[in-house]
Design a protein around this ligand. Structure first.
Ligand SMILES: [Zn+2]
Length: 172
């Protein structure tokens, strides 16, 4: 649901809004400002994570997680597996649920919630496609040195990976 309505789509009256909803005082129209779910996949191999560089706006050129918007009827797991295949050509299995990460998308700051999984590559070679220009293997111990200039949840996810797995790697 778009959250940038100016007039009531029912009665063309003026709209009011608060943090949760946009609503009409004339009729009963309500549009809840709920996040759109996205699904992301973090492939991990040999103490490295595979991340993407964006080929399109918003944040063209910034590092990004592999993933995208969920489709109706899909599970988050199915969406993460589908998006990984579309963006990288890799077949993956879900290894572990990492967490859910709120963010926003696009010029009208549409709220999103990124459901994120650690995945294991079962077939294929990483090949950037779709809205990805490059795929890069990053050593987990180097994550804090990355330049995070894209979505805010990219940094949150990767720092969680670093805190989960980086502890032992920092010594080596
Ligand atoms: Zn109305």
């Amino acid at each position: 649901m778009r959250n940038n309505y100016k007039f009531c789509p029912n009665c063309k009256g003026g709209l009011s809004r608060n943090a949760e909803k946009i609503f009409c005082r004339n009729c009963k129209f309500v549009s809840y400002i709920n996040p759109s779910p996205t699904a992301s996949a973090i492939p991990i191999e040999d103490d490295k994570v595979l991340i993407a560089k964006r080929s399109i706006n918003p944040f063209k050129g910034a590092i990004d997680l592999i993933g995208g918007f969920m489709k109706t009827g899909e599970t988050a797991e199915e969406a993460a597996i589908r998006e990984t295949l579309e963006e990288t050509g890799l077949k993956v299995n879900i290894e572990k649920y990492l967490g859910s990460y709120p963010d926003t998308y696009g010029e009208d700051n549409k709220p999103t919630i990124g459901i994120t999984f650690i995945v294991k590559i079962v077939a294929g070679k990483p090949t950037a496609q779709d809205d990805v220009s490059n795929l890069i293997w990053i050593p987990i111990k180097n994550i804090p040195k990355l330049k995070f200039d894209g979505f805010k949840n990219t940094k949150e996810v990767l720092m969680d990976i670093y805190n989960l797995f980086g502890r032992d790697l920092r010594k080596s």
